[in-house]
Design a protein around this ligand. Structure first.
Ligand code: SF4
Length: 325
């Protein structure tokens, strides 16, 4: 099965769900088995700062959301948590924050250097900055940077993300690539008004950008945000189809398996949602390093439940995959 063109992608997005699971999801799993040794990658996650100056209309951590208990973790404490992650056996770490200008670049460079010295592959996500700053993140030791383009339609991006704009986002993405860091990027799936054609364009953009990791999830506007008032949520099935398409088009990338189920009470930590994503071709899950009381405030989407390594091991067993670090 080859998926190259917009029309190939549309055929799958419009396909009856059963036909998709039989043909496309099965092919995606087969590719993952052959090319990536059927591995499920366990990664440590540290949401080190949940303060954000931005106002993305769907995000639970947007500056205007006053219900969130905000925190910033001290740079030496971040390094201590990374040391614990290293002792557990993690080799990859995802360091993520809101866009918080007050955290201080020197502090970020400091913990990246210390954590790199522990031997970690570092994925970093802390927002939009200048070309020089991305170069400096890379020089300090960051291997990969996560900046989602969210949607390839400029006018919709500009409405949903009023603190920035699409051109600036794409410029930052270009600078990240030029810095030498790998780029993790992707879209929001199935927001109200999004057509299959738009999803196909997003997928083609991911391919063009040669992403290393697709952190894609369905549209899930958080409580208390302007878009929650407009209603709606993204389709799990549409998201699974996108996961399989990505696996077939870009066999070696990582794809997030932290996904919701039909019932949103478990947020992205839903065992059924995670398992379905793995069955569709996803391959990476995250274990929170912070204590649940703190980590649950890293609440981009609702019902933030923290996950540990046990959950990842269970998922690997249920999905018949090999646990990798
Ligand atoms: S999506 Fe990211 S940048 Fe936007 S408000 Fe949420 S944390 Fe901030």
């Amino acid at each position: 099965m080859k998926i190259d063109t917009k029309s190939d992608i549309l055929d799958i997005l419009k396909m009856p769900y059963e036909m998709y699971t039989d043909k496309v999801a099965a092919r995606a799993r087969e590719i993952h088995r052959k090319i990536n040794d059927n591995s499920l990658i366990a990664t440590a996650m540290l949401g080190y700062d949940n303060i954000c100056k931005n106002q993305c209309l769907y995000c639970g951590m947007r500056a205007g959301n006053t219900n969130v208990k905000r925190y910033r973790i001290d740079r030496d404490d971040i390094v201590s948590w990374a040391k614990i992650a290293s002792k557990i056996g993690f080799k990859r770490i995802f360091l993520i924050s809101g866009e918080d200008p007050k955290y201080g670049f020197d502090n970020i460079f400091y913990f990246i250097e210390k954590i790199k010295a522990l031997g970690f592959y570092i994925s970093l996500a802390c927002g939009e900055f200048s070309k020089e700053k991305y170069n400096e993140f890379h020089a300090a030791g960051a291997d990969e940077y996560v900046l989602k383009f969210e949607m390839s339609q400029e006018n919709i991006f500009n409405r949903l993300n009023p603190s920035t704009n699409f051109r600036k986002r794409m410029q930052c993405i270009e600078w990240i690539k030029e810095s030498g860091m790998r780029l993790a990027s992707g879209n929001i799936v199935d927001y109200p008004g999004q057509t299959d054609e738009m999803i196909a364009e997003d997928i083609l953009l991911m391919k063009k950008l040669e992403i290393s990791w697709a952190p894609v999830i369905p549209y899930l506007p958080a409580k208390g945000t302007p878009l929650a008032a407009e209603g709606g949520r993204g389709s799990v099935e549409k998201n699974l189809k996108e996961i399989s398409i990505l696996r077939i088009m870009m066999p070696e990338i990582n794809i997030t398996a932290q996904q919701p189920g039909e019932n949103l009470k478990n947020g992205l930590a839903d065992p059924e949602g995670n398992l379905k994503a793995l069955t569709a071709g996803a391959n990476i899950l995250f274990a929170d390093m912070l204590p649940p009381k703190l980590a649950q405030n890293f609440s981009v989407v609702d019902n933030r439940i923290t996950l540990g390594l046990e959950h990842i091991k269970n998922m690997a067993k249920k999905a018949g995959m090999k646990l990798a670090f």
